[in-house]
Design a protein. Structure first.
Length: 263
């Protein structure tokens, strides 16, 4: 049974549209970690027993979304891990100055262990594909690959949306098919189609706004941040059909806007 539980202590009321399906916390966590390249690794200090020690950490991924690290034996976090393999990796979306808690973040908890030689080739290749500059020091004698073997995951999808995800749920999930194109879709909509998004927010979300920004998009729909006369409101608009590419998103949005304008 899924352990995913969602707290929505500040979720705004929607409007006319049915909320529709949404990616699970596990899918959102996998997507966020897939898109990221850098996290904060917390280890247990060897110098100060049981105290957390944070380090900025580039990471790679295996096929199930478990992070890999290329780390030097001289680094403090490596020495900590050799003393106690328990660790966590925090991966966060870029936060805006006006809404620093609105960005999503994922904490992966697990045990960071040295990768055996028999498993090294594919993980090394995947890591260097994400961090090509690491090829300059990957073969230095003091560097080794470690992997965080996940035991639990905590997901925060922005203010008011959070929950635990089991390690199995996380590993079995896949990144959203729009992961690579989402940023481009969002930038295009915010730069060129504010009027259309205001229409969608009013007609399908029941929110009448003065300004609007798209803040997230996935294969099932998108999230709008709407400035109204009574303050900022959030509203999720479902797509009429699942959209797994930027071209499909464009076709669906054009149809949704056209249908509203005909009403």
């Amino acid at each position: 049974m899924s352990r995913e539980k969602t707290s929505r202590h500040a979720r705004p009321a929607g409007g006319h549209a049915s909320p529709g399906p949404e990616p699970s916390h596990a899918e959102r966590a996998r997507t966020m970690v897939y898109l990221g390249r850098l996290g904060t690794l917390s280890t247990l200090s060897r110098r100060h027993s049981s105290w957390p020690f944070g380090s900025i950490m580039p990471y790679g991924l295996d096929g199930s979304g478990q992070p890999t690290f290329l780390i030097s034996s001289m680094a403090m976090h490596t020495q900590n891990l050799l003393s106690d393999e328990r660790a966590s990796l925090l991966v966060a979306e870029a936060a805006s100055a006006e809404d620093p808690l609105g960005a999503g973040r994922v904490t992966l908890m697990g045990r960071a262990v040295k990768i055996p030689e028999s498993d090294l080739a594919s993980l090394r290749k995947a890591y260097l594909a994400r961090h090509p500059r690491a090829s300059y020091w990957v073969d230095f004698g003091d560097f080794s690959f470690f992997q965080l073997q996940i035991v639990d995951v905590y997901f925060v999808g922005g203010f008011g949306v959070m929950g635990w995800v089991s390690a199995d749920e996380y590993r079995q999930a896949e990144p959203d098919p729009l992961a690579e194109s989402a940023r481009g879709i969002i930038e295009h909509m915010n730069e060129d189609h504010v009027e259309a998004m205001l229409l969608l927010a009013r007609g399908l979300g029941g929110v009448d706004g003065k300004d609007v920004r798209m803040t997230a998009v996935d294969r099932f729909g998108f999230q709008l941040r709407v400035e109204t006369s009574e303050g900022v409101r959030g509203v999720r608009i479902p797509f009429e059909s699942e959209s797994r590419s930027a071209a499909e998103v464009r076709r669906v949005l054009v149809k949704m806007v056209r249908d509203l304008r005909r009403e």
